[in-house]
Design a protein around this ligand. Structure first.
Ligand code: G1P
Length: 286
């Protein structure tokens, strides 16, 4: 299965850092955010990834490319460990790029992948959602997709006051984790929200979604919304929502980005003890 990673957004929520750096390239500990997303896809067995970029996103392409200058310096220094690490990044997967020429929204960004996806089922991982889990989140959704032979969307509960930041589903429970989507709305107000089950930036689609995007008009925020296309899809075939296992962070949000760094650092043996010590000391001083 191919994966599509939309990474064309302007990142205005993270200014000034994103003035000249794509938000997907902001570091989480020592890796750019988008690497965590690519790694999640690779861990799920995906080896063909299409990144939808836009203006000012050149550094994403450079990052996943071979850097001959850097490699020759590392070779000269006999730093084979670093060299190996750099090669792993460029060898991780077969990564393709396409530019979304106009910022017309997430739905439109996905539509840019139509030719590359070429009539197959495909996965979508949003570039600003990072999910830490034992089993890669997109792998959990692919498993469900294979079982149900229908599109599956990763969801999670959010506090009522956050519903207006997400796509929110209206669902009929199948089991404790799975439900069939009966309605979906992009960024509803608290009063309009059908539930507090939010779309968390991971999707596995049948290629029929493209036709639905084609038919989707301008939605919330004057953009072509993927959520509106999913609504059309639910009127034609079953679409499921799955409460995946894992902790999800929104990199577009500054507080969440700080938390992502803490979580990622605590997941790493080399930083863990020092970080806990630092945080304990800091809290006791506050
Ligand atoms: C997008 C989607 C939204 C989803 C969210 C998850 O919104 O449109 O449905 O819940 O990602 O992160 P954005 O965060 O790009 O505004």
């Amino acid at each position: 299965m191919k994966a599509v990673i939309p990474a064309a957004g302007l990142g205005t929520r993270f200014l000034p850092a994103t003035k000249s750096t794509p938000k997907e390239m902001l570091p989480v500990v020592d890796k750019p955010a988008i690497q965590y997303v690519v790694e999640e896809a690779v861990r799920a067995g995906i080896d063909d990834i299409l990144i939808i970029t836009g203006r000012g996103k050149q550094s994403i392409e450079d990052y996943f490319d071979i850097s001959y200058e850097l490699e020759s310096v590392l070779k000269e220094r006999n730093d084979f460990e670093k060299l190996e690490e750099m090669r792993e990044i460029s060898d991780m997967a077969d990564i393709h790029y396409i530019r979304q020429k106009k910022p017309l929204g997430l739905g439109h960004a996905i539509l840019c992948a139509k030719k590359h996806v070429d009539g197959d089922n495909f996965a979508v991982l949003l570039g600003d959602d990072i999910i830490f889990s034992e089993k890669p989140c997109i792998g959990q959704l692919i498993e469900k997709f294979d079982e149900l032979n229908s599109s599956v969307i990763g969801v999670g509960e959010v506090p009522a006051e956050w519903v207006e930041k997400y796509g929110i589903v209206d669902c009929r429970a199948v089991d404790t984790r799975l439900c069939e989507i009966e309605g979906i709305v992009e960024k509803p107000s608290m009063d309009e929200a059908p539930s507090n089950l939010a779309v968390m930036g991971r999707y596995v689609f049948t290629p029929d979604i493209f036709e639905c995007i084609d038919e989707t008009g301008i939605g919330k925020g004057g953009e072509i919304q993927l959520t509106d296309a999913i609504k059309i899809l639910t009127e034609r075939q079953k679409v499921y929502a799955y409460r995946f296992e894992g902790r999800r962070f929104d990199l577009g949000d500054k507080t969440d980005w700080l938390k992502t760094n803490v979580e990622a650092a605590l997941n790493r043996e080399e930083f863990r003890d020092e970080m806990i010590k630092f945080m304990k000391e800091k809290i006791s001083r506050e």
